[in-house]
Design a protein around this ligand. Structure first.
Ligand code: NAP
Length: 501
């Protein structure tokens, strides 16, 4: 297989050879095994609908076995030296990087994104392994004398304990490594339930971790077509100490309720509906570059996608014309095609929802400036679409559109822009383009979000805390903060060594 930036030539034989190397079992207690009832399910290529692989379909009993393996491994794992855990992460980083072509092609096959994007995700996803390998040795506490001098205060950090991870299909590698790497660094064991549509990347990654020296039971993987039935009992099981979920706000809300029963620690990386503000003093070409990144990265199937493009009325015409040119030039094709800039949507349900939101916007008065239709033929392709004059009450301004659709509306004042931007239950990320740095800082304080991109269309960075406010979630992944999600604070009170008692 040859994949270079200049020429990407993937043959059907290359694809088959890669698929033949992907494990197809459940990974429990360091062993690959079939489902307890022998059940399997098919993973399909969204660009053709063809079956890629048939893999084991975990039952509730398999989920229970995975948690039992994680719980059994927890004590010894928590006692390992930080450097030991760091070296495993570093070895895994090197291995994923060395096998970047395999991981990229596998993600393109099961999820649909173009190979160039998949390679970007491999670099991004692998970086969590390197970042947290470096953080492993920096877990620290503190020691102080109590203000009254009568005791000493020792504060330490302990691993939370066995975790359950539930991840989405849109970034099959990075959404897993963003949880697994800090958990390994902190000394937690875990059960991973990857998305049913894209479990293959997680299976290959589990094998890489195993080959990198991860002890049996630390990571267990249970892909399944019954996510509620397999993970529900684990969330109610007292051996589980933490749930970290990335996915839709609806499912997240339900999981938080379930987690309340045993007051489980939760991290929730949920939906977004990012505003993208273009002010009258912006560099319009840079704003268009930023909008292309923020909107079209991952074909629009990203929680960080710019879904409400709000442009000052004085520059709306120029910005819109340039964005239409750029969006219209994108080639829609299977992700393995060298020219592909947009692959298929992940399934028919996603495509139907995208079209429903476009149709609703047009019904309530928006103008169709580009695209607006499914692409005929095999796979779930949808045309790059631009909508203008989108009214504030259109569904697309309130519901996440997971596709290549750019809805544009205008504003007259900064106050109106902020009001429109904050008019949502979501608070993951916002973007703004302006040359006025005072305005930039004002926005950074006024916008109700966990992340803010100022004159940039991308904020994701393993060294930065990723996460949202409002109904976009609880907790942060990545950065210095990312490891805290997997650590408990323990305080030890020590008698005054110079006192009587
Ligand atoms: P989803 O439908 O909520 O699914 C996410 C995960 O939850 C999948 O593994 C899914 O399994 C599982 N799941 C579904 N129902 C469940 C249940 N009752 N109990 C336990 N697990 C259950 O979301 P998605 O469509 O895969 O992903 C897209 C969403 O993720 C978007 O809303 C996006 O904004 C969000 N997202 C957020 C971030 C962030 O960091 N904030 C990052 C990426 C994506 P199945 O696959 O088997 O259904």
């Amino acid at each position: 297989m040859t994949i270079t930036a200049e020429a990407m030539t993937i043959t059907a034989k290359d694809e088959r050879a890669l698929l033949a190397r992907v494990p197809t079992g459940l990974f429990i207690g360091g062993k690959w095994r079939d489902a307890s009832d022998g059940g399997t399910f098919n993973v399909e290529d969204p660009s053709t609908g063809e079956v890629l692989l048939k893999i084991a379909d975990a039952t509730p009993a398999d989920g229970e076995a995975a948690l039992a393996a994680a719980a059994a491994a927890q004590r010894d794992w928590a006692r390992t030296a930080p450097r030991f855990r760091a070296e495993i992460l570093r070895t895994a980083f090197e291995a994923v990087t060395a096998r970047a072509d395999d991981f990229a092609l596998l993600m393109t096959l099961e999820m649909g994104k173009p190979l160039a994007e998949a390679r970007g995700e491999v670099a991004y996803g692998a970086e969590f392994l390197r970042w947290f390998s470096e953080e492993t040795a920096r877990i620290a506490g503190r020691f102080s004398t109590a203000p009254d001098g009568n005791s000493r205060l020792l504060v330490t950090k302990r691993p939370v304990g066995p975790c359950l991870f539930i991840t989405p299909w849109n970034f099959p590698l990075a959404m897993a490594t963003r949880k697994i790497a800090p958990a390994i660094a902190a000394g937690c064991t875990m059960v991973l339930k990857p998305a049913g549509l894209t479990p293959l990347t997680a299976l290959l990654f589990a094998e890489v971790l195993q080959e990198s020296g991860l002890p049996a039971g630390v990571l267990n993987v249970v892909q399944t077509t019954s996510p509620g039935a397999v993970t529900g009992p684990l969330i109610k099981d007292a051996r589980l100490r933490k749930l970290s979920f990335t996915g839709s706000t609806g499912v997240g809300r339900r999981l938080i309720k379930d987690a309340a029963d045993q007051v489980l620690r939760v991290s929730m990386e949920l939906g977004g509906n990012a505003p993208f503000l273009v002010f009258e003093d912006a560099d319009i070409d840079k704003a268009v570059d930023g909008a292309m990144l923020a909107k079209m990265r991952n074909g629009g199937e990203a929680c960080t996608a710019a879904n409400r493009i709000l442009v000052h009325e004085s520059v709306a015409e120029e910005f819109t014309a340039k964005l239409i040119d750029r969006m219209g030039a994108h080639t829609v094709a299977r992700g393995t095609e060298p020219a592909s800039k947009i692959g298929p949507l992940v399934d028919e349900g996603t495509r139907t929802k995208v079209h429903e939101l476009v149709t609703d916007a047009l019904d309530v008065g928006a103008t169709l400036a580009l695209g607006g239709q499914s692409v005929d033929g095999l796979g779930y392709f949808y045309e790059p679409t631009v909508l203008t004059n989108v009214p504030p009450h259109a569904r697309i301004m309130h519901e996440e559109v997971f596709g290549p659709v750019a809805p544009i509306a205008t504003f007259a004042t900064e106050a109106e822009a902020i009001q429109l931007a904050n008019d949502t239950e979501f608070g993951l990320v916002a973007y703004a383009f302006t040359r006025d740095l005072y305005r930039g800082f004002r926005l950074s304080e006024e916008l109700e979000v966990g992340m803010f991109g100022l004159n940039t269309g991308i904020v994701s960075n393993p060294a930065a805390p990723f996460g949202g406010v409002k109904q976009s979630g609880i907790g942060r992944e990545g950065g210095l903060e990312g490891i805290d999600e997997y650590l408990e604070t323990r305080y030890v009170g020590i008698a005054d060594p110079f006192g009587d008692a």
